[in-house]
Design a protein around this ligand. Structure first.
Ligand SMILES: Nc1ncnc2c1ncn2[C@@H]1O[C@H](COP(=O)(O)OP(=O)(O)OP(=O)(O)O)[C@@H](O)[C@H]1O
Ligand SMILES: [Mg+2]
Length: 372
């Protein structure tokens, strides 16, 4: 299977620029996800790869074949890519087998070969026995598998999936996610997946590209994206984070001291910064620890005093909303029943630091919850 190369892709609809200089390369057999909020340009990027949209600028190639550049535009039918949309787009008046036969007829595959390929594709998605059903006689999950089988039946070089699981209910969606990942690994097919669901992206992908307002913000493995988000926006969009504003007091070989705006207290953070700089500190709820007051914390950690506002039991753990100065901080903990005054333990290595100034950081401002 070939690699997919997208270089300096831009797209403008009328005078609305929706993609800006988007560049990425997807390796052979990789599961690559475009992740970002609604309207950030994920589907437009996928449509440019598929040939459903023509980019204003930039190039797209798969293996040795250039699909788009200044002088070239290969139409969708010349690209041999498999595509599945959120809506499945099955033909309602055709059986499963007839739905799968359509792309083969277009490719002028003879009748006997069609039957073999249809059975093979249905076998891959575990639906061989439903070949004579109509779409309305199947569940959403089954229809979604048929749509996938129809995209696989002509052995595409690359699979393009645009939110294919979003019509399924939560439980079915998780099952379909695990199943899709196994199938993709078994087939070894290079896959470009579009979703705005960060958990889905983390669970499925070899690498994730986070997009914001038509820009590529960060590309990395799920672990890199979650543990070292490139910007405060990525930290906010992928998983949850507490954001605290502060100022860097001084720096040392082991990091820096930051005075928090919300309490005036100083915490030690294991990260590079510049003395005097205004910063946003991001901390994941599961990286904070909460202890009853009086209980000694480990040495070399930051200890802050906080008050429990609410606690909720969410099955596997407890979630606490704590008042920290005039801010609300969320903590995930295995410790039940904490109330009143508590000790908040912040490890120096659990904090990420971002510049507090600049256009992007203003969005993060809105995520900081202040108590009345
Ligand atoms: N054919 C079009 N004509 C004009 N504007 C368009 C067209 N298609 C998309 N857009 C605009 O481009 C921007 C990006 O749209 P796109 O569909 O790529 O977003 P998305 O990231 O897939 O969002 P969602 O998660 O909601 O599907 C949006 O502002 C959208 O309104
Ligand atoms: Mg979309």
């Amino acid at each position: 299977m070939p690699e997919v190369k997208v270089s300096h892709l831009s797209k403008t609809f009328a005078d609305n620029a929706v993609l800006h200089d988007v560049t990425f390369t997807i390796a052979d057999g990789e599961f690559f996800t475009l992740l970002g909020p609604s309207g950030c340009g994920k589907s437009t990027t996928l449509a440019c790869i598929a040939g459903l949209e023509r980019p204003t600028d930039g190039t797209v190639s798969v293996g040795e074949q250039t699909f788009v550049d200044a002088a070239t535009f290969i139409p969708p039918e010349g690209r041999n890519l498999g595509m599945v949309f959120q809506s499945y787009a099955l033909w309602p008046h055709m059986t499963v087998a007839q739905n799968l036969a359509m792309p083969l007829k277009i490719r002028k595959v003879d009748g006997r070969r069609q039957t073999v390929l249809i059975d093979e594709a249905l076998e891959k998605v575990g639906l061989r026995e439903l070949r004579d059903r109509y779409p309305h006689q199947m569940s959403g999950g089954q229809q979604q598998r048929v749509a996938l089988a129809r995209a696989l039946v002509y052995s595409p070089t690359v699979l393009l999936l645009d939110e294919p699981l979003s019509n399924l209910d939560a439980q079915l969606r998780e099952q379909a996610r695990a199943w899709l990942k196994r199938l993709q690994e078994d087939l070894g097919i290079t896959t470009v997946y579009v979703t705005h669901d960060q958990q889905e992206a983390l669970a499925l992908s070899d690498r994730i590209a986070v997009m914001s307002e038509g820009h590529m913000v960060q590309i990395g493995t799920p672990r890199e994206i979650y543990e070292t988000p490139a910007t405060a926006q990525v930290a906010a969009f992928v998983g949850r984070s507490n954001f605290l504003r502060g100022q860097v007091k001084n720096t040392s070989a082991t990091g820096c001291e930051v005075v928090l705006d919300c309490t005036g207290q100083t915490i030690h953070i294991q990260a590079d910064a510049v003395a005097g700089q205004e910063v946003t500190v991001a901390i994941r709820p599961e990286r904070l620890e909460v202890l009853p007051t009086g209980r000694l914390a480990a040495p070399d950690v930051n200890v802050l005093s906080a008050t429990v506002l609410t606690s909720s039991y969410i099955g596997s753990r407890y979630e606490y909303d704590l008042r920290l100065g005039n801010h609300v901080v969320q903590v995930e903990s295995s410790r039940p029943g904490l109330t009143g005054e508590v000790t908040l333990v912040v490890e120096p290595g659990a904090c990420l630091i971002y510049p507090a100034t600049g256009v992007l950081s203003e969005d993060v401002e809105a995520l900081i919850t202040v108590t009345p």
